[in-house]
Every structure is written in structure tokens, then in C-alpha cells.
Design a protein around this ligand. Structure first.
Ligand code: 8X3
Length: 257
């Protein structure tokens, strides 16, 4: 088992959902956390809770991952020793809308592309050089079942998650001789703010996505992320695809009346 005590773990999009659940499980292992999000109040609250509960050290990094300047500036503002990130959890990501390709709004797509692909690349490019220097480190990307199957209305969101899948494989190949671990954790239906954001705040529509079935929870995903992170150093978990028991693929789910 890889011991996570005092390991430095940077989590993007840590203010809620899967990111916050990951923060909790790593904190419970005694890791030191760097928590990123745009929403400062949420990060303040989470950070206070984790410090109180687990007595760990935390750095808060408030920045918008879509901005290369902000990413660079925030990472550089870290105290030197905190720049040696042991585990990067690339969690920040979103979907907006389920419109068909011909109807969807370009501005929405730009936001999804900028967050899910460019943001992930920006922060990884900051963190990776120190991992390579130390020949040690683990990048855990949050992919999706949408990165394996394209469903109607998924279009560019699916494309970004296919890209995350390719990026995970690319980093794994390119850093093969540098002892860097790269894992992709790819969930199916998880109930978080994801669907509320996707349906632009329409909570009714968001609820309907999970109607009649028991979706995964953010804690289920954090558990899979922790599994990747705690394998012995010679083991790399390449991919985990997890769905609710009631979901077989992006196309098949069974719902109770
Ligand atoms: C989110 C899962 O099924 O909405 O990544 O594409 S799904």
C-alpha cells in the first residue's frame, strides 16, 4: 500500500461533489491538501471542516482553471515545498446543455472545452515537471462513461471526455521512463451538481436524470480514486469504469416506477 500521510495532493474543482469527497478521503489518510476552486467561500468552509476533523495542513488556491495566467500565478504562489505535488486529481469539469450538435450554443461548448481539456492541461503542465524531476508522482484524471460512448446530446461534452481518455494515455506513454503513475477514473451516473449545471439550474430536470434508480455518490468515486492512489508503487491502475448497478452503459439503465 502507498502510505498517503503527508503526501501533497492537489485537487481541482474541490468545492463540491466528487472533488470535495476526494478531499475528505485524502484528508482522512493524513495527506496535505491543495484545494482549488473558483468559489472561495466553499473552499474556506471545506478547508475549516477538514482541518478541524483531521488536523491536516491545507493550501487554498482560488483560480479559474480556464485561465492559463491564473493557473500559473496560483501555482507559483505556493510555498516552494508545496510545489512538489505527489498526487494531482484533475477533477474540475462540467457539461452544459444536452442540445443536439446542430442546436447547441458555441459559447457553452467553449466553456466546456476550456475547462475539461485546456484547464486540465494547464494545471498538469505546472505540476508534472516537478514530478518528473523527482521521478515520482501520480496523476488521476476524472474521465467519464461519456469518454467511451457518445450519446444523443452528449456531443462536445463526450468529445472532451474522449480527450481526457487520450490525454491520460498520452501522459502515461510519454512519462513511461519517469516513474509517473497515470490513472483515469470514469464514472457513469453520479448525483452531484453536475446535472444541475448541465440543465442550467433546473433542479427538476436534474433530478429526472437519476429518477427511479440509485445513482453513484461522490463518495463512491472518491473511493475509486483512493484505491488508485493507495496501490503499491509498482502498480498503476490505468482505468476504472464504474456505474450504478442499474446502469449498464450510456444507453442502458433500468428504472423503477
Ligand atoms: C457524466 C456522466 O452519463 O452524464 O460524466 O455522461 S453522463
Amino acid at each position: 500500500m502507498t502510505d498517503l500521510k503527508n503526501k501533497i495532493v492537489l485537487i481541482t474543482g474541490a468545492s463540491a461533489g466528487i472533488g470535495a469527497a476526494c478531499a475528505n478521503v485524502f484528508a482522512a489518510q493524513g495527506a496535505k491538501l491543495i484545494l482549488n476552486a473558483r468559489r472561495e467561500t466553499r473552499i474556506d468552509e471545506l478547508s475549516d471542516q477538514l482541518k478541524k476533523e483531521f488536523g491536516i495542513e491545507i493550501q487554498k488556491l482560488i483560480f479559474d482553471i480556464r485561465s492559463l495566467d491564473q493557473v500559473k500565478q496560483a501555482f507559483n504562489s505556493l510555498p516552494e515545498e508545496w510545489k512538489n505535488v505527489d498526487i494531482l486529481v484533475n477533477n474540475a469539469g462540467l457539461a452544459i446543455g444536452t442540445d443536439k450538435f446542430q442546436d447547441a450554443d458555441l459559447a457553452d461548448w467553449e466553456q466546456v472545452l476550456d475547462t475539461n481539456i485546456k484547464g486540465l492541461i494547464y494545471i498538469t503542465k505546472e505540476v508534472l515537471p516537478n514530478m518528473i524531476k523527482r521521478e515520482s508522482g501520480h496523476i488521476i484524471n476524472l474521465g467519464s462513461i461519456a469518454g467511451r460512448e457518445v450519446y444523443i446530446g452528449g456531443n462536445i461534452y463526450c468529445a472532451t471526455k474522449f480527450a481526457v481518455n487520450a490525454i491520460s494515455k498520452a501522459i502515461r506513454a510519454d512519462t513511461l521512463d519517469k516513474k509517473i503513475r497515470v490513472s483515469s477514473v470514469d464514472p457513469g451516473m453520479v448525483e452531484t451538481e453536475f446535472s444541475i449545471v448541465r440543465f442550467r439550474g433546473d433542479e427538476e430536470k436534474a433530478k429526472n436524470v437519476y429518477k427511479g434508480l440509485q445513482p453513484l455518490t461522490p463518495e463512491d468515486i472518491a473511493d475509486a480514486v483512493l484505491f488508485c492512489a493507495t496501490r503499491p508503487p509498482h502498480v498503476n491502475i490505468n482505468e476504472i469504469l464504474l456505474t450504478p448497478l442499474a446502469q449498464a452503459s450510456a444507453f442502458y439503465a433500468v428504472r423503477e416506477e
